[in-house]
Design a protein around this ligand. Structure first.
Ligand code: NDP
Length: 434
């Protein structure tokens, strides 16, 4: 902590991993002798840079760009870019650290990284977003490459932003390579990539439920966020016969006890992806309750899928969820549960999947996009979806292998952290002191 002052999110992410690993490390001292943990918490490289751009009126703005290249022991750095005014180095270091373990869990050869900017795309014109992305990609292009570092989307970065950054990279390098994932389907993207994180989270929840002879079918599901991950989580819950009842954004939550059906979901997609409106408009359109400045965790549900952002479930929220009978939490977002909430879920013995396991479907399909780019082929929707499903089932089973308690229950946090760690740690030892 003294070395990285005020990096609260980073400390939180590392603390949880260290707690999970403690017993395992004592039993396997070679990792302690090689100082693997100390090496893993130090990024291989941190890049911070100025991003100047001008708005439609000619006013000049300066934002800060980041790329944390955390670990390349098992493959090139891989991880998304986030554009949100709240970001800082601590947030990118926590995201990059989690990404290393997550990518290892997918079983694909990808190291971990994360980056982005404090730029706020909200309220900006397409041209302003393009100018910002071009400026951002101009500097970033020196540090990335299809065999070095392959960024993707995250909060505030979707197909539009990836397109502008890819275009600028291509123009600077004069080469068409798979240097970004999340590309458009006509120019190197993969089918199912937009759906992958949300679908994968629900596949993972289903696997956990299966362990108890149960399924999503007939379950009431509270979902937060209304962006990429949340939308496709709703879609897959509907496919599996569950009832999604909430969505949110940074201004509030809608609660639709009748259920968000396919027609309403289409409305949300147009609202959020088309004209970038607020979720409040859903409440007006369908005459349902809107909780201003609140998150969805006070409603009665069986399953909670936090799909917005970090630390969106407090200890108090966890108590409310548990009190209302919620017994499955699968994290679509990265670290949405606070340290306190996480411990409450673990103590309650509910089916609780941390983000690095439950939301790994996104980066897994990004890995499949890289494979398709390298082979210069395109797989069908069914092929990619099947591979995604298989990967999620495998991640689930790996978590069970490393996280099963003597009584047969599973600590998925422990399982995910140990399994993710082992592959990276062994590779680091094999590659010497680098
Ligand atoms: P989007 O930008 O598409 O959507 C983000 C959603 O979360 C929006 O509804 C946004 O509301 C809300 N949100 C963002 N920041 C905050 C905040 N500080 N407080 C309250 N609400 C907030 O992002 P994604 O759906 O891609 O990402 C959501 C989460 O999933 C993130 O934690 C991300 O790291 C994680 N994730 C994403 C993956 C992907 O493939 N996209 C892969 C793995 C994890 P508003 O519109 O008001 O900003």
């Amino acid at each position: 902590k003294a070395k990285n002052p005020r990096e609260n999110e980073f400390h939180q992410a590392v603390s949880v991993v260290v707690e999970s690993l403690a017993e395992f490390l004592v039993k396997n001292p070679r990792y302690l002798q090689a100082k693997i943990l100390e090496r893993m918490v130090e990024p291989e490289r941190v890049i911070m840079f100025r991003v100047p751009w001008s708005d439609d009126l000619g006013n000049i703005h300066v934002n800060r760009g980041y790329r944390v290249e955390m670990n390349s022991a098992i493959g090139p750095y891989k991880g998304g870019l986030r554009f949100h005014p709240s970001v800082n180095l601590s947030i990118f270091k926590f995201l990059a650290f989690e990404q290393v373990l997550k990518n290892s869990l997918t079983s694909l050869p990808m190291g971990g990284g994360k980056g982005g900017s404090d730029f706020d795309p909200k309220g900006k014109s397409d041209n302003e977003v393009m100018r910002f992305c071009q400026s951002f990609a101009t500097e970033l292009s020196r540090h990335i490459g299809p065999n070095t570092d392959i960024p993707a989307g995250d909060i505030g970065v979707g197909g539009r932003e990836v397109g502008f950054m890819f275009g600028q990279y291509k123009r600077l390098r004069n080469e068409f390579t798979g240097v970004f994932t999340g590309k458009g389907i006509e120019w190197g993207g993969s089918l199912i990539r937009p759906e992958a994180t949300g679908y994968g989270t629900v596949y993972f929840a289903e696997e956990m439920l299966k362990m108890r002879g149960d399924s999503i079918k007939g379950k009431t599901v509270a979902i937060s966020g209304s962006g990429n991950v949340a939308q496709y989580a709703v879609e897959k819950v509907l496919d599996m016969g569950g009832k999604p009842v909430t969505l949110s954004d940074s201004n509030g939550t809608i609660y639709d006890p009748e259920g968000i059906d396919r027609k309403k979901l289409e409305y949300v997609k147009i609202l959020k992806n088309g004209y970038r409106g607020r979720i409040k408009e859903y409440a007006e359109e369908y005459n349902v309750t809107y909780f201003e400045n609140q998150r969805p965790w006070s409603v009665k549900c069986d399953v909670a899928l936090p799909c917005a952002t970090q630390n969106e479930i407090s200890g108090e929220d966890a108590d409310t969820l548990l009190g209302n009978g919620c017994f499955v939490v699968a994290e679509g977002a990265n670290m949405p549960s606070t340290y306190e909430a996480k411990h409450k879920f673990l103590e309650a013995g509910i089916l609780y999947a941390p983000g690095k396991a439950a939301n790994a479907g996104g980066v897994a399909v990004s890995g499949l996009e890289m494979t398709q780019n390298s082979m210069r082929i395109n797989w069908t929707r069914e092929e990619v979806d099947q591979k995604l499903k298989t990967i999620m089932v495998n991640i689930h089973n790996t978590c069970v292998k490393y996280g099963q308690n003597p009584d047969g229950s599973v600590n998925y946090v422990k399982g995910a952290n140990i399994a993710g760690f082992v592959k990276v740690a062994n590779s680091m030892i094999a590659q010497g002191l680098v």
